[in-house]
Design a protein around this ligand. Sequence first.
Ligand code: PRX
Length: 641
Amino acid sequence: MKSEINSLEEYKREYEKSITAPEEFWAEKANNFVWRKKFGKVLEWNFDEPLNRWFIGGKLNITENCLDRHLEKKGDKTAFIWEPNNPTEKTINISYNELHKRVCRFANVLLNNGVKKGDRVCMYLPMIPELPVAMLACARIGAIHSVVYAGFSSGSLSTRILDTKAEIVITSDGAYRGSKTIPMKAIADEALLSCPNVKKVIVVKRTAENIKLNAGKDVWWHEEENKVNDTCQAAEMDAENILFVLYTSGSTGKPKGIAHSCASYMVYADYTFRNVFHCSQNDVYWCTADIGWITGHSYLVYGPLLSGITSVMFEGIPTFPDAGRWWEIVDKNKVNIFYTSPTAIRTLEALGSDPIKKYSLSSLKLLGTVGEPINSSAWEWYHKNIGKEKCFIVDTWWQTETGGIVISPLLNVSEQKPGYAMLPLPGIQLVIANAKGEEQKGNDVEGILCIKFPWPGMLRTVYGDHERCKKTYFSDFKGLYFSGDGCKRDKDGDYRITGRVDDVIKVSGHLLGTAEIENAINQHLAVVESAVVGYPHEIKGSAIGAFVATFKVPENSEKLKQEIIEQVGKAVGPIAKPEKLFFVHELPKTRSGKIVRRILKKILEGETENFGDISTLIDPFVIKELVKVVSSEKKFAKIGL
Ligand code: PRX
């Protein structure tokens, strides 16, 4: 189905209807899917428990909507173009017919191994076709998939397996990542030492390295497939059954298993995919996110398949064998729509424009970003070097908890403002609240981003801990979903995300968004990226500390510091000037690219050892450098204030 929103008038019409008659609005969208049994009431909700149920009484199977219904007309169409880590290895094209068969066959493998409706199946796999096949196979038989990002450590994996009480784990012997090989099975084995609940491990052969197969427990994927056929009747699922659980970091350090249900997640992933990305049936779409994150779930697997689109799935990293790899893939497959993250853009920006020069990138029509605020210099770089100033950029704001995109610029509807997520999608009733939870009406206001009415992609619960769901998202402000992000609605009514609320710093009574200050710092030509945190200050309450990564070691660091500080003063205001500024090689980041400001804050507060759970960091050794830099800076002079 095509997008409904192709002009400002259409946006206004859709939005208006979604607010005045939400049940009718979403029922219309839901009617475009294959249902085994039609739903009755569209929505039941309250934000106190919280309770959020959609398409009540409806029965369906999401895989019939992702696969079966396309087979008659588009069975031979490519669903996935799989690009391997190493460009000398063969690209694999998987048609909708083939994908259907592979999903059915693996669904039979799961059944054969005792998996039943409602069971949790944990996947710890690299970006290989077996990952979406396994997810869809779970959905086919009504099992709940829980994908754990392949870059996580054994400790993070076991925490997640234990939390879902999964009895079956799917992994691979190894994984290719750039020039490295990751021993997936060995890491999983280590995790499983503390997971006695796991009865079966299905292993995909990818790197063919030597691994240990535990007799009676570990089986090869390909051998299991030989035991079954490729016909599998889809299980009839209740609209409200859980489709998947996906973990996201929480402020307490224990990850939260965000649960999404079958029907309304499907309706929302589909609606947002179509209206934000505007893929036409012959387009090739590429979302670079790892399937271990929500972006990969909604916009690499479910969204594109529901639309019957051809997508690229890439196993490797953007800088292997060189920094032109992504652009080689774009040209080779004539990718039209490209969706990535600001961190990736900044990484490539830092490597300069030479790697791009030999590629035309002329197939690209629309670009997207997600996951963190995009600073204007990265936005401009993306726009100019990748989009050649002709591609519309969608800066999409959403969360694991929202299931799909919630705020985004829309093609032919909104103008482009770098760093702005712009408009709420239909169905989304945004509220900007002050610290007391009071709605800030009108334009030119700033505060905490909340949502006051349910939307179909909304989380159902935190798996196994509904109280935590209530406490985290529905307790700060009565009657509102609390996103945890700061937000500004400008004088034109457009939205800009200013960063996590916990990243908002109150300096001398003024609220300052870390994203805003970082944006100003990053505009300096010498800067790759930066992270700003607040730390306690005797007089001002909080002061600002900045950690700045530069393209090369500064020749005159004092001069550069002054320049950057002045730039912040100019861009945001004198109050926003960092009190402390440190040049560092790297910032502490999670594998999904988020800067862990909590650690920077602690370092600035004088902590040298206890940083809580650091298992999600790409490189925990970065902390050592940061501690050293900060503690050697005791004599740091006050600058510019
Ligand atoms: O702070 C916001 C940031 O990412 C958070 C959600 O993270 P996660 O659940 O991992 O999902 C990421 C992918 C959807 C948000 O609370 N975030 C996401 N998109 C944007 C963003 N911040 C600014 N601009 C965005 N476009």
